[in-house]
Design a protein around this ligand. Structure first.
Ligand code: NAD
Length: 285
């Protein structure tokens, strides 16, 4: 979407971190920005900041883990700005732990926000983007944890790999529809995600502070400035770039994963069980 000026963007998790970075960059480029976040106060603060610069913005409280809440946010976006062209499915929470021992409530929380939040975003907003025929763009925030398995992050990895897979399919499904697609795979970015337990609702165990031995927040503080990520995402939308990586220095991790996958094919080519077996080749779609 080369010309973003005057277009409307809805950003989940837009009150903090990379979502706020995107809100700043999109608004500075002339877009009308609707900030959606579970935390209304910082969302309103972000709107005040943008409006003070003469930019167009509004906010709505949304819980991305609820389809009803997402639909209400979509309705408010249309009521406020008339149309929507861009959705950034960005809200997310960090849950560390091993897949086999992470509490079921934490598993459910991270799946409901990081995965179902993206699904609900697509369901509520893509029909609205498709309806006006002016084209648009869908960005979903995954992670480098959607590219490679990270030790001690099984549940988080599961959500982010799912988002990458879903967006690869989304891009293929909409290649001819004038709706671009991107998946944002950040490395380490200085945001508040180390404190995401602050927003854990009661049904998942309630708000929780990071444990004393959890040094994620300190490590993140040394990461990339989230406003740089906002500019990067804007550039990707304008250039219709699908994979958005914030740290080119991490390319070797993906290369190593690809080499291990190729080695799996080499093993399959030489294994006894498949020796001489005829196969049809190809895949559905
Ligand atoms: N910071 C990093 O290093 C990093 C790296 C890779 C991926 N990510 C991903 O980036 C995205 C943005 O996170 P961030 O790092 O900017 O963190 P952040 O905590 O600064 O921002 C996340 C925002 O999402 C909001 N949020 C949380 N739960 C919500 C819900 N249920 N509904 C609506 N809003 C909700 C929070 O209130 C917050 O404003 C996340 O999807 C995260 O997984 C972050």
């Amino acid at each position: 979407m080369k010309d973003v000026s005057g277009k409307v963007a809805f950003i989940t998790g837009g009150a903090s971190g990379m979502g706020l970075g995107m809100a700043r960059s999109f608004a500075a480029a002339g877009m009308k920005v609707m900030i959606g976040d579970i935390e209304l106060e910082p969302a309103q603060k972000a709107v005040d900041e943008l409006k003070a610069k003469g930019l167009e913005a509004a906010c709505v409280q949304v819980d991305v883990s609820s389809m009803e809440s997402m639909q209400a946010a979509a309705d408010k976006t249309i009521a406020t700005f008339g149309k929507v062209h861009v959705i950034s499915n960005n809200a997310g929470v960090a849950v560390g732990g091993y897949s086999e021992s992470c509490s079921m409530r934490n598993w459910k929380w991270v799946m409901d926000v990081n995965l179902w939040g993206v699904i609900y975003g697509l369901q509520a907003f893509v029909p609205l983007i498709a309806s006006h025929g002016e084209g648009g763009h869908v960005i979903s925030t995954a992670s480098m944890a959607g590219m490679v398995g990270l030790r001690g992050a099984g549940p988080y990895n599961a959500t982010k790999f799912a988002v990458v897979g879903m967006m690869e399919t989304f891009a293929a499904d909409h290649r001819k529809d004038n709706i671009g697609a991107s998946v944002l795979c950040p490395g380490i970015v200085a945001t508040n995600i180390g404190h995401s337990g602050r927003n854990r609702p009661d049904e998942y165990g309630g708000a929780v502070a990071p444990s004393a031995k959890d040094n994620t927040a300190e490590m993140l503080a040394q990461g990339l400035n989230a406003d740089v990520v906002g500019d990067l995402v804007l550039e990707a939308v304008q250039e219709d770039q699908f994979y958005i990586f914030t740290d080119p220095g991490l390319k070797h991790l993906v290369e190593t994963r690809c080499k291990r996958i190729m080695a799996g094919y080499d093993w399959a080519s030489n294994c006894n069980a498949l020796d001489g077996v005829e196969q049809i080749g190809g895949l559905p779609g």
